[in-house]
Ligand binder design. Structure first.
Ligand code: HEC
Ligand code: HEC
Length: 128
């Protein structure tokens, strides 16, 4: 009788051990996959801005978010998410990306003027 109970509890312990070690490797795999996704996303985003990793990161600590461009980039990643969830998802409209605005350049805002800003130039051209 006691032998049976002992056997049962040992086997429960063993199966728990196997289960938890299985879960561990599984979560490690998910972690690895997530890392891989981040890496691919980072390479892509760098290309779309025409920069290298250190424009936003310190190569000594990838988690350090103190660089100016890192902070802006995190905001703009949210912007891209919002655009994607509001129609720019690659179905009817093109899929939103950093490239959509940045066109391979980190600084480009001077090229994004509202047409009103250039009417005076147009008028001057007309009167010539
Ligand atoms: C334009 C800025 C920018 C560039 C360039 C960039 N990153 Fe990032 N990276 C970020 C931001 C912002 C986050 C945080 C994302 C978040 O919070 O969801 C991040 C997150 C990461 C993380 C995850 C850090 C963590 O907390 O675990 C890694 C690793 C990483 N980047 C590596 C790279 C590598 C490698 C490159 C070059 C191929 C690169 N990044 C290029 C802005 C950038
Ligand atoms: C809807 C248009 C738009 C999209 C999409 C966009 N950006 Fe931007 N980004 C801008 C504008 C405009 C500026 C300049 C004004 C500013 O700094 O906010 C800028 C500036 C930046 C800067 C600062 C550059 C500097 O040194 O002044 C970084 C870094 C940046 N964007 C990263 C990103 C990343 C990474 C993505 C994609 C996840 C992205 N942006 C998507 C419009 C956009």
């Amino acid at each position: 009788m006691t032998k049976k109970i002992l056997f049962a509890s040992v086997s429960i312990c063993l199966s728990l051990l196997f289960y938890s070690s299985g879960a561990k490797t599984e979560s490690a795999e998910i972690f690895k996959k997530e890392q891989e996704i981040v890496r691919i996303q980072m390479v892509q985003l760098s290309r779309e801005l025409g920069v290298t990793c250190t424009e936003c990161h310190s190569s000594k600590n990838w988690k350090d978010g103190s660089k100016y461009n890192f902070k802006i980039a995190r905001e703009h990643m949210k912007t891209v998410e919002i655009l994607r969830s509001s129609g720019f998802n690659g179905k009817k409209s093109p899929e939103a990306s950093c490239f959509m605005c940045h066109q391979g350049k980190l600084k480009f805002a001077s090229q994004m003027q509202h047409p009103e800003a250039s009417t005076t130039t147009l008028e001057m051209q007309d009167s010539e």
